[in-house]
Design a protein around this ligand. Structure first.
Ligand SMILES: Nc1ncnc2c1ncn2[C@@H]1O[C@H](COP(=O)(O)OP(=O)(O)OP(=O)(O)O)[C@@H](O)[C@H]1O
Ligand SMILES: [Mg+2]
Length: 290
């Protein structure tokens, strides 16, 4: 079960985040980076956050603790910014929270080298969840007390935006050419051998069971929340098969425009309903900020 807390004070918006996350205090006296169901990216990105964090933890990768955060929109009434006010108003109920790491800094590959083993584990994990947002443009890695921490897994598992093609999407290759750790010679073979056996169906079921049911209800094509959970487990289990062989690392793309999907680059973009769905680690959420 996900730990459950209630938001008590909205401290400040994190303007650098494309989905306008907020720094929020909770009734357990913790401070969290909160992401909202009312954001343009939609609740499926929060589903991806919860499942991904659960898998990462089981693989021994560092991810800040995640929680289910109840929001009473009344705490936003005094917010001076209208965009923030509207976001809070639209997000009553269960939202997503990630433990805030105070004093952490954004990862810079030139300042912090990672071993082939460690980069392999992270690239392999990103391939499993189909993360399109850990590129050199936007690493979504933090350094805290000298260690590397993984954050921001909302732009993963994009198959949930188009369930009828999910089985096929799960088998697509993962192009890690633009992955922020690509230059460290990720040892994919070692990662496959070490991490593959840990992603059992039972582990996947446990991770998916942590997703608040409210985020999975009324999913088109499904009769129940449990069916949606089963689809998540099935798709991830299918993706796992021979995953290491489907990861490619080639030439990094130039400094030109991002190949990130449009829905990821703005606060109000539509999630993908179709498209070729080919995954690559090339996100650039800064590009489309309003
Ligand atoms: N747990 C955390 N501890 C400290 N800082 C954090 C944490 N999570 C996020 N941040 C900071 O907030 C920023 C935005 O968070 P995050 O990347 O998760 O949001 P996002 O809206 O998905 O952003 P984007 O899509 O633009 O990458 C991060 O780049 C980082 O600077
Ligand atoms: Mg981010």
């Amino acid at each position: 079960m996900l730990k459950e807390v209630a938001a008590t004070r909205y401290v400040t918006p994190l303007w650098e985040g494309g989905s306008l996350p907020g720094l929020v205090e909770a009734d357990d006296l913790g401070t969290y980076v909160m992401k909202f169901t009312g954001a343009g990216q939609g609740r499926r990105t929060l589903v991806a956050e919860v499942i991904s964090a659960g898998i990462a933890r089981r693989l021994g990768l560092r991810v800040p603790d995640v929680v289910r955060m109840e929001l009473d929109p009344v705490i936003g009434l005094g917010e001076p910014d209208q965009e923030v006010q509207e976001l809070l108003k639209a997000s009553g109920g269960a939202n997503f929270g990630m433990d805030f790491l105070p004093g952490s800094i954004g990862y810079d590959p030139l300042a912090y080298a990672v071993s082939a083993r460690e980069s392999g584990r992270i690239v392999w994990f990103d391939a499993l969840i189909n993360n399109v947002d850990r590129s050199w443009r936007n690493p979504n890695l933090l350094v805290w007390h000298g260690d590397l921490w993984l954050i921001d897994h909302g732009a993963s598992m994009i198959w949930q935006h188009n369930w009828p093609t999910a089985a096929k999407a799960a088998l697509r290759p993962y192009d890690a050419s633009d992955h922020v750790l690509a230059s460290f010679g990720p040892d994919i073979g070692a990662a496959q051998e070490e991490l593959g056996p840990r992603v059992t169906e039972e582990a996947l079921r446990e991770c998916v069971a942590e997703v608040p049911g409210e985020w999975l209800c009324e999913e088109p094509g499904f009769d129940s929340v449990e069916e949606v959970r089963a689809a998540h487990v099935r798709t991830l289990a299918a993706r796992l098969e021979g995953l290491g062989e489907r990861i490619t690392i080639g030439e990094r793309s130039g400094d030109g425009p991002s190949r990130a999907p449009g829905w990821l680059t703005g606060r109000t973009g539509d999630p993908p309903g179709s498209g070729d769905g080919r995954a690559s680690a090339s996100g650039d959420p800064k590009g489309g900020r309003a």
